[in-house]
Design a protein around this ligand. Structure first.
Ligand code: 5GW
Ligand code: MN
Length: 351
């Protein structure tokens, strides 16, 4: 009796499987049509969820009926500066973008922005000003997550964060040598992104703590891979850029090469892009170190090498990282973020 039942069940299962396979092969056209229809409906409704991951960055949906000044393609609002690179990446200067339009586009996308900042040793003293001014100028009205890496978690100042904004503190070991802090920066950025990637597809900016916000830094800065022009060299010939000039180093940039000199104190972009950058710079940095090589400006040199090969899709003008000791140049209409004047002997462990 039992045997008979088992035999029947087996036959039934076999028949079912055969029927399933048969149906699968008989109805491909039918399935095709159904899929196509689903896509059509989705496109009409333009659901946010339909903008698939890769195209997210390029799909800019504006609200209907937003009133703003007519753009012109013959009369530029900025004629005193270059606003596009030879590889057609925008260079962001005040006057080249409409902040209201951009904010409404990115509001729809519900973007989130992570900012990493290292405050190791005495550099903790810069954190309060950094955080307080970020609350006034950095992606106001958006989801912002500021991630502080420090060896002094107890000294992280209490700063009131607006709704939608959060601060997290991660402990890192203290270090006497700047080179160690510098080396670990890329490593920690890499692992932070690896943790976040599964549930976050947003943007990240990696910023120096010894700086303050003075003006808007917002959605105009978003891009795949974002680099900031260093304020110290942007009027100079590339031969004067302080790239790593020793061919043995993996940060080497040959004479007559290099586009701009970018800051190590601010860079960013999509999580995936910055992950690639951090991973590459860290690996090159470590391989150099194994051979006893240290690039001229440590990770900044590696970053500049990386950006020479992997062109940034958006370039931020020196408005996005000025230096307080530098008088403002006429083309700089607004200073958004600037390095404070610091007493090196007082703050650096091995100065
Ligand atoms: C930096 C130089 C020598 C020794 C120590 C440091 C150092 C850097 C430090 O002791 N603690 C620390 O948190 N940093 C982080 O690295 C800060 O976020 C700092 O903004 C960043 C880059 O170092 P800076 O700002 O001194 O470099 P510059 O090129 O802006 O002067
Ligand atoms: Mn700095």
């Amino acid at each position: 009796m039992k045997h008979l039942n088992n035999g029947r069940a087996l036959t039934l299962v076999l028949v079912a499987v055969l029927l399933g396979v048969l149906c699968y092969y008989i109805t491909p056209s039918f399935r095709g049509i159904k899929l196509f229809k689903e896509n059509d409906i989705r496109q009409e409704n333009r659901l946010d969820a339909d903008v698939i991951h890769v195209s997210r960055e390029f799909h800019l949906v504006a609200p209907d009926h937003l009133q703003y000044k007519q753009p012109s393609i013959v009369h530029g609002s900025r004629t005193d500066v270059v606003t596009v690179t030879p590889w057609l990446a925008p260079v962001v200067w005040e006057g080249t973008f409409n902040p209201v339009l951009l904010d409404s586009i990115y509001n729809k996308k519900n973007v989130s922005i992570t900012a990493t900042v290292f405050a190791v040793g005495k550099y903790i003293m810069f954190l309060k000003n950094f955080l307080e001014t970020a609350e006034q100028h950095f992606f106001i009205g958006f989801k912002v997550h500021i991630c502080v890496f420090t060896d002094r978690p107890d000294e992280v100042p209490q700063v009131r964060m607006a709704t939608g904004r959060q601060l997290t503190v991660r402990s890192v070991p203290s270090s006497k040598r700047w080179q160690e802090i510098s080396a670990r920066r890329m490593e920690l950025i890499q692992s932070l992104i690896e943790e976040q990637l599964p549930n976050d597809s947003g943007y990240i900016f990696c910023l120096d703590v010894d700086s303050k916000f003075h003006g808007r830094w917002g959605t105009e800065s978003l891009g795949g891979l974002v680099a900031v022009i260093h304020p110290g060299y942007y009027r100079d010939d590339r031969s004067k850029f302080p790239y790593e000039r020793s061919p043995e180093s993996r940060a080497y940039v040959a004479p007559g090469e290099g586009d701009f000199y970018y800051c190590g104190g601010a860079f960013g972009g999509l999580l995936q892009e910055v992950h690639q950058l951090a991973k590459t710079c860290r690996s090159n940095f470590e391989s150099d170190a194994k051979e006893g090589i240290e690039a001229a400006w440590q990770e900044e040199s590696h970053l500049n090498r990386y950006m020479w090969i992997n062109k940034p899709s958006k370039v931020l003008s020196p408005e996005y990282l000025w230096q307080d000791f530098k008088p403002k140049n006429p083309e700089v209409h607004i200073i958004r973020f600037s390095g404070v004047i610091k007493n090196y002997a007082e703050i650096r462990p091995n100065a």
